[in-house]
Design a protein around this ligand. Sequence first.
Ligand code: CMP
Length: 139
Amino acid sequence: ATERTLSIIKPDATKRNLTGKIAAKFEEAGLRIVASKRILLTKEQAGKFYAVHAERPFFGELTEFMASGPVVVQVLEGEGAIAKNREVMGATNPADAAPGTIRAEFAESVGENSVHGSDAPDAAAEEIAFFFSGLELVG
Ligand code: CMP
């Protein structure tokens, strides 16, 4: 089925001017960018977005990093978009990411791993609504 998923190009990637190269990977995989904006999150906003990880030992590091520079939040649409996006991203830890994936090519570490993608349909709906109103999604 056609799905939508939330993608974030993280500060390590925007700082290294990789926004276009990463977006191209999504498009080449058949995903359509139906919403996109570049924003600077506060640590508090990052914490709200990553609330499910609040008890993890890396939560402070994660939220600080996500507020350390611009991020590009995008909604990707396509057939099986959630799984497809995760395939294109590669494993969370770049050391485990398959060749050709975004994280294998660009990520620096498990923390500074260049991209985020929703992991399930309910998370995708929640994460899209966190950043975008319905009017901002143009298929
Ligand atoms: P993401 O898909 O954005 O979801 C949660 C993030 O936490 C994950 O990508 C990683 O960037 C980050 N993360 C996971 N494990 C660690 C870790 N051990 N140390 C620092 N950050 C981590």
